[in-house]
Design a protein around this ligand. Sequence first.
Ligand code: GLC
Length: 554
Amino acid sequence: MEKTWFREMTVFQIWPRSFKDGNGDGIGDLKGILSKLDYIKSLGADAIWFSPLYVSPQADYGYDIADYYNINPEYGTLDEFKEVLAGAHERGIKVIMDLVINHTSDQCEWFKKSAAGDPQYKDYYIWRPGKGKDGKKFPNNWMATFPGDGWTYNEQRGEYYLHLFAVEQPDLNHDNPAVREEVKKIMRYWLDMGVDGFREDVITMISKREGLPNGVWLPAMRGMEHYMQGPNLKKYLTEYRQVTKDYDCMQVGEAPMMTPKKALLYVSDGEDKVLDMMFGFQHMEADCLFISWIHTGFNLRKLKKVYNNWQTMLYNKGWNANYIENHDQPRNISRYGSEKYRVESGKALATMYSFLSGTQYIYQGQEIGMVDYPFKSWDDFVDVSTFSTKKLIEKLGFSDKKIFKMAKYAARDNARTPVQWSAEANAGFTTPDAKPWYLINPNYTEVNVEAAEKDPNSLLHYYRKVIALRKQYKDAAIYGEFKLYLKGDKQLFVYDKIGEENKLTVVINLSEKEVNSSKVKKFIPEGAEEILANYEGMGDKLRPYETHVYLTKK
Ligand code: GLC
């Protein structure tokens, strides 16, 4: 297995709006980020992935880009970005930019010119005339991922444009070579500035089937069989890969509906690799059916099956991207762990995924155990997809009370509340007299970075330890072979990672209930050294979320 720098990394994800405000306007910014580079370094992180920092009207909080070459003025200036980049590099931290090229903002110059019929830009997007006698029917039956119609009529152009996300996010036409040249230009611009790679947003959706045929009837995401890993995806990704070959950089693609078997088409080692790794979603579906709104309760067996598949199928062939939180997912302790056992379950989850083969990703606030927001009313939500999903579920006939409960559990807003830095007013996210752009979780008086720094048993210190151990025993943790035990057990997650020199045995009670430790003792090799735990010693019973990691030297 090839050993490259990005394979060994722990990447810290920043969602800029809520990370840290440096100028007192209540919105996170580059100045704030600059002030926290040492903190990020102190975690043992090797890279930062920035959710979009570019100029954007913020219809989807930056995932709707109006200008790919500049920084959103709310976040600062290009010079400030360069300062952050240099500051990160000085500390040995790589910088990964979000590359959002499935769509732009409707405020992007390209779209404005395309709508106006400018010959150079007219085919930059996917335009179609309306159907039916009056020309008012949609060009096909596709739906947007943020549920709703996939098409919107543009008066100026007199045609419909396709948008697989919000109305303000028109899809680019990657079949047009000029669009692909624009993408390459953007990539080169940031790579030449010195960034170290890209996280490529919904990259597997960029190729749409020719003729845009109707999709089979589905209540949501209708048409996806025609654009999820569409016919020219590999071809276009190969072109974009050519650009990165001139630089020492990495590419991680976001890949909804990906399976390990299909992932190998893109991430297998060898000449035709087009992405270094992918963010799959299957492991984020252990408590739901397909999307987090359809909550089924946490099912550990489902989770273990997914990990087992990805770990074994990619072993010695490709590479995983391991995450349990990001800006699109509710907080993991609230989903797979327990708010009642916040610290213990946070440690169990940290352990669970830190010793898996793959590059590790940590989302801001995850390291201190931030949990979901206690939403009280619909006015508390701000994310476009929360409201579009609400609208769709209303149509299916659910009561408002039921939908609110679903939203509370599933909304992306949960991950987007400001980072809790201290117990000061506004959680130290912004100045005490400013108005933060979004709600701060009232638990900030207890759950915050400053308090976690002072507490030797905090999740924060545990994360530092886990990240260091992952590197120290990388032959096993990062590159080793995964072996799962007790597949059918509903509470226990037990696995080995077997490396050339070391073997790690990970034992987790991933539940609130106690369980007899006799069930796991047989997997702990005689003479193995305990290198990590969230409780002292192991009694007859494993306590809620009790976790141990053992090292055996070969
Ligand atoms: C990705 C992003 C998400 C965004 C969507 C559309 O899934 O992670 O935040 O809303 O793409 O760009």
